[in-house]
Design a protein around this ligand. Structure first.
Ligand code: BG6
Length: 459
């Protein structure tokens, strides 16, 4: 039997834009996703826009009962910025009632809410002023955070500022997967810097409030592995780590800009515009804990014909196709549980053993209906095996002293995922899009119940 520490958090993660639905009603105004879908519906999975995601807005009370029934003792979701503050200034009373009741029901069911403030959903009213490109976004986010802490601080003990900040930066400003769909490395770095300062503004707001809760950030610092020990491949790995991992990890956890990052940016004319007091604010506002999302490792090699100065990250590192990799053939991502051990030990050894938890881990599967059995249950043994393998590695790291306090899977009910719509399913509960978002438990839900009740599992 593999046993986890006492009071370990067993739960799942999701976000407001991916689950709530009602994205242009009940007082909510558009985020970039709502507006982009109106402008460019062909970019999205056919018929799967952001307006009608898993309808948690109406179904949350029953969902909370479902969470309780499969033994979840914690759940992470986000607040929708444009539901709470439709114009950035005035509070939407319907949003307050909805979130207060949702968080109250979670607490009453023994499912501790971990509430995140930003999961890729930039308000359209702010995007029209430049979004994260504009320094005004820092104070706008600080005000939003302060408002959320005042309204819900009595119900939430753990807050997080951003989910995977690197993702909205690279997807919006380098790879064309998110609005505004531009490729501009310098802008991407500036957007990243303002995101970091917005995070700092939210940490300051929590400290200035009467809330007793703790604050953290959720990062996708997928461990990076180089093709070889050659200096070129090792340099590629180092820069990939600096840009994708340490760029947020160091300032958020240690209060410092990582050694080497400034030099790389300066050498490539990428340094962002900063304000005078920023470094002091960063140093004074480190987080209480980290959430780390892990799906697959990053494998890199030196690029063949890099441009100088670099035009995209591809001029620093190229993807390496490791011949021995094992694949999730249903999603197309590598499966490498060992990386969760490496990540856990890196946090222990290099980041002062700060408390952290696995904030997302899971296995996406396309066309999951193929695994429906005669009783209408999805038999997702592949997902159970995936999670057990990762938990085994996590347990090894905890035994060696890594300060991990929980494990959240992505996700509880199948949810909408940006341009991918409902293609990749991750939930413990299947959502039937043809039947009013009806939920039905998958086999992994039963497995999770046993996992949480036993605080571990049999090898
Ligand atoms: C995570 C994100 O990185 O990956 C989620 O935080 C996203 O928002 C999840 O839905 C799964 O992504 P995909 O592309 O497999 O649906």
């Amino acid at each position: 039997m593999i046993n986890f520490p006492k009071n370990f958090l067993w739960g799942a993660a999701a976000s407001a834009p991916q689950t709530e639905g009602h994205s242009l009603s009940n007082g909510k105004t558009a985020s970039t996703w709502d507006e982009w879908y109106v402008q460019n519906p062909e970019k999205f999975q056919p018929g799967q826009g952001p307006a009608t995601t898993s309808n948690v807005y109406e179904l949350y009370a029953d969902d909370v009962k479902r969470m309780q029934s499969i033994g979840m003792n914690s759940y992470r979701t986000s607040i929708s910025w444009t539901r709470l503050l439709p114009d950035g200034k005035n509070v939407n009373p319907e949003a307050v009632s909805f979130y207060r009741d949702y968080f109250t029901k979670l607490n009453e069911a023994g499912v501790t809410p971990i509430i995140n403030l930003f999961h890729f959903d930039m308000p359209w009213w702010l995007m029209e002023k430049g979004g994260w490109e504009n320094r005004e976004s820092v104070d706008a986010f600080g005000f939003y955070a302060k408002t959320a802490f005042e309204l819900f601080g009595d119900l939430v003990q753990r807050w997080t500022t951003f989910n995977e900040p690197v993702v909205h930066i690279e997807c919006g400003y380098l790879y064309g997967y998110h609005y505004p769909d531009v490729v501009d490395f310098k802008k991407a770095i500036q957007v990243g810097y303002h995101t970091l300062m917005a995070h700092v503004a939210a940490v300051e707001a929590l400290k200035a409030s009467n809330c007793e809760g703790q604050i953290g950030i959720i990062l996708n610092i997928s461990p990076t592995y180089a093709r070889s020990e050659s200096p070129e491949d090792q340099r590629a790995k180092e820069i990939a780590d600096l840009l994708n991992g340490k760029s947020f990890l160091d300032p958020c956890a240690l209060g410092t800009i990582p050694v080497g990052l400034k030099e790389v940016l300066a050498d490539n004319d990428l340094l962002p515009i900063t304000a005078e007091n920023d470094s002091v604010r960063i140093a004074n506002n480190t987080v209480d804990f980290l959430g780390l999302n892990y799906y697959q490792p990053r494998r890199v090699q030196a690029p063949e014909n890099p441009q100088t100065p670099a035009l995209t990250p591809a001029d620093f590192y190229a993807p390496y196709d490791w011949p021995e990799k094992k694949m999730n053939i249903y999603r197309g991502w590598e499966i490498y549980p060992e990386a969760i051990y490496d990540m856990a030990m890196m946090i222990k050894d290099e980041y002062g053993n700060i408390p952290w938890y696995v904030a997302e881990n899971g296995m996406g599967v396309a066309n999951e209906e193929r695994f429906l059995n005669e009783d209408g249950m999805i038999e997702d043994d592949y997902r159970i095996e995936f999670m057990q393998d990762h938990l085994q590695q996590l347990h090894n790291a905890i035994e060696k002293g890594s300060n991990c306090f929980g494990y959240h899977t992505w996700t509880f009910v199948d949810c909408w995922s940006w341009l991918n719509g409902y293609t990749n399913r991750y939930g413990f509960y299947r959502v039937d899009l043809d039947n009013n978002y009806a939920r039905s438990m998958k086999k992994s839900g039963l497995w999770f119940k046993a996992l949480s009740e036993n605080n571990g599992f049999n090898k």
